[in-house]
Design a protein around this ligand. Sequence first.
Ligand SMILES: Nc1nc2c(ncn2[C@@H]2O[C@H](COP(=O)(O)OP(=O)(O)OP(=O)(O)O)[C@@H](O)[C@H]2O)c(=O)[nH]1
Ligand SMILES: [Mg+2]
Length: 226
Amino acid sequence: MSDSEDEFPDRQLKLIVMGDGASGKTSLCMRYSQEQFSKEYGQTVGLDFYLKRINLLGGTNVALQVWDIGGQTLGGSMLDNYIFGAHGVLLVYDITNYSSFENLEDWFNAVKKVCGTGPMPHMALVGNKSDLEHMRTIKLDKHQKFAHDHNMSSYFVSAKTGESVALCFQKIAADILQVKLSKPEVDQHHRVVKAEIIDSNNSHGAKAKRVQLPPRQAKSSLCNIT
Ligand SMILES: Nc1nc2c(ncn2[C@@H]2O[C@H](COP(=O)(O)OP(=O)(O)OP(=O)(O)O)[C@@H](O)[C@H]2O)c(=O)[nH]1
Ligand SMILES: [Mg+2]
């Protein structure tokens, strides 16, 4: 990718990653942006913020802003601001933890409340920890029914092994932009270009910083796909 493409992406998308604490949101973001995984759990307070640039079929350069929202923010005063302006939402649960699945309804409703009568962002249901398939407590049909009933795309991923993580983010971006992924893109599940962490000081030891955006800054765009 050239410098000018770096500076001037064709599109910028805001993706937010939400779900219960310990479902693996930060791990997914770290896997996607840095190809790293840590067994240690460090609770996200507020949110972490990542930027990743990808290149979709047809040469569309996309800057993905990924907002990793702490599980403890549900019901808190900042959540609406974090959600506002999202093009896509990843609702993440842990396939071995039933309550993390049950609580998705509340996370979904938080998005619905912010969008009001306007269009919803692209919604994706993400079952994480697929490496722990033998400990799964949420049956496949429950997952599928939730995705169907809420008009969501559906994924199973593992932040630990990296299985389907890049593909998940890539497909969501492609769906939002109505671009088709090429076969090699789908086959490889590849990390297309470079990752860029724009903060520092993350609990997982990587360079990432928790930023708590003031409401006005967070409310920078409308809750629809432009
Ligand atoms: N086996 C396995 N463990 C995982 C996976 N993803 C995350 N974990 C572990 O689950 C724990 C919680 O992961 P985090 O990514 O910190 O969870 P979170 O959703 O960001 O939690 P909050 O910041 O509190 O909202 C950590 O100990 C991770 O190592 C996975 O795919 N497989
Ligand atoms: Mg976290």
